[in-house]
Ligand binder design. Structure first.
Ligand code: LLP
Length: 442
């Protein structure tokens, strides 16, 4: 397993994160446990800030869909980043954490009237309008409130990033955004400029996620800049903001070759600045929205090994106390992960095993064919790079409570999400009167 962030093996031969012995963390907080490496999370924020904001004056907006809770909001704010939210729930979390409303971008392809009203009343920075229905709805709500909504329009530049089919969003046939290629986007801009409840600040695109190549970013930036120029020529409107989305890939398994944040910044900014020069227009404020590349490598999940089962001549299964409930990515996207035995971190690999989750699904397999030291019930398995789209996509299938999350740094670990209890699982269940126990109705 590749050691991310502050990970190291301590003198006891245990995996350590943020100066904390993960075997101790498992004992103290129980398993499954998400562990967030504070220094790693903050360093990733700082790299983005340094290479985009400090160097180019660009704005970095952390995509909360990757991982969001109150503590994460606090760290993102402390590191000087903005926040991208995609639902009333994420917005609520940010506001409750005291995140500055004006630094929030609100995304989503089907925001409800209630969500739009909530965003406007909270005074959030920018609403990223996805389609014409939303434009009409937002204009109406803003006019009713007697305010003007600052928006950018989401466009599809037609760039296909080389990534998993399910998470490709920059192409023309997408549920997101207005298509540039067929004139829909230009028509949308003209319509937007007529709205009395709306101020158009610029444009947005997002070409996909877990992207290793930088050329799609270069192409998307150029296409978006050409669109800005086209709009300027056709309408006299000059966009002030160009949001190029997120998507930078991270290392999960051997063979993954993620690009550095610095290289990514240089590619994106060079494409924008080249076009600025070519068209002789003022440079728009560039915005990027990284999620995975900030939180992904900062997260790990600890499990306790339970049943070990060998099918002679076929395979050895090792079952852990979590699985697709806390990490649905292998089941959804065939995503691959690396793992180690946290309590045997300095032992050599001794066998090839497949790690099974505990859900009632054959597809609940976390890792196929992992090379690990010989495992026994009670060992602690650590899976790396689970900081993005794990907790945020977790679920209660089979009524498994969601794990706790601990923030580890400087040798100290504190809970930032409590473990769900069985009580939490039934807290919204209701027994209607006609199903009450007879003794209840007496
Ligand atoms: N901006 C927009 C508009 C997005 O839709 C996304 C991700 C991001 C930014 C952040 O992208 P990132 O830097 O995290 O790649 N559940 C999938 C990933 C879905 C990505 C959705 N949008 C997965 O687990 O791989």
């Amino acid at each position: 397993m590749k050691l991310n962030g502050t990970m190291q093996v301590n003198t006891a031969g245990h995996l350590e994160i943020g100066g904390c012995d993960t075997v101790e963390l498992a004992r103290e907080f129980g398993t499954p446990l998400y562990v967030l490496d504070e220094a790693c999370f903050r360093q990733n924020c700082r790299d983005y800030y340094r290479f985009f904001t400090h160097k180019y004056g660009a704005e970095v907006v952390y995509a909360g869909k990757a991982l969001l809770n109150l503590a994460v909001c606090r760290m993102v704010d402390e590191e000087g980043l903005g926040l991208d939210v995609v639902s009333g729930g994420e917005l609520y979390t940010a506001l409750k954490a005291g995140f500055p409303a004006e630094k929030i971008y609100f995304h989503g392809n089907n925001k409800s009237p209630a969500e739009l009203g909530m965003a406007l009343r909270a005074g959030i920075g920018i609403i990223v309008v996805d389609n014409m229905c939303e434009l009409e709805l937002l204009d109406g709500i803003a006019c009713d409130l007697g305010i003007k909504a600052d928006i950018i329009l989401r466009l599809t530049p037609g760039v296909e990033a080389h990534t998993h089919e399910y998470i490709k969003t920059g192409q023309v046939d997408s549920k997101f955004g207005l298509v540039i290629e067929n004139g829909q986007a230009l028509a949308g801009v003209k319509k937007t400029l007529e709205k009395s409840g709306i101020t158009l600040r610029g444009f947005h695109c997002h070409i996909g996620s877990q992207i290793f190549e930088l050329s799609p970013y270069f192409d998307a930036a150029e296409i978006m800049m050409s669109f800005i120029q086209l709009v300027y020529e056709k309408t006299g409107y000059l966009a002030k903001t160009l949001n190029l989305g997120g998507g930078l890939g991270v290392y999960y398994v051997k063979g993954d070759k993620p690009r550095q944040i610095q290289e990514y910044a240089e590619v994106v900014m060079s494409a924008v600045l080249r076009k600025v020069k070519e068209y002789g227009i003022p440079a728009p404020k560039v915005v990027v929205e990284p999620g995975r590349s900030i939180s992904g490598p900062a997260g790990s999940t600890l499990y306790t090994v339970g049943a070990v089962k060998e099918i002679p001549g076929i395979r050895k299964y090792i079952a852990v106390d979590g699985g697709m409930g806390d990490n649905p990515r292998p089941a959804l996207y065939q995503s691959r992960y690396e793992a180690c035995l946290a309590n045997k971190a300095n032992q050599m690999a001794g066998e090839t095993v497949s790690i099974a989750g505990k859900c009632c699904e054959s597809g609940d397999m976390l890792i196929w064919d992992a090379e690990l030291p010989v495992a026994a019930p009670g060992d602690i398995l650590a899976v790396s790079c689970t900081g993005a789209y794990n907790y945020s996509m977790s679920m209660n299938y089979n009524r498994l409570p969601r794990p706790a999350m601990a923030l580890a740094g400087g040798g100290r670990a504190e809970l930032i999400n409590r473990r769900e209890s069985y009580g939490d699982l039934i807290k919204n269940d209701i027994i209607p009167g006609r199903l009450a126990f007879k003794s209840d109705s007496k």
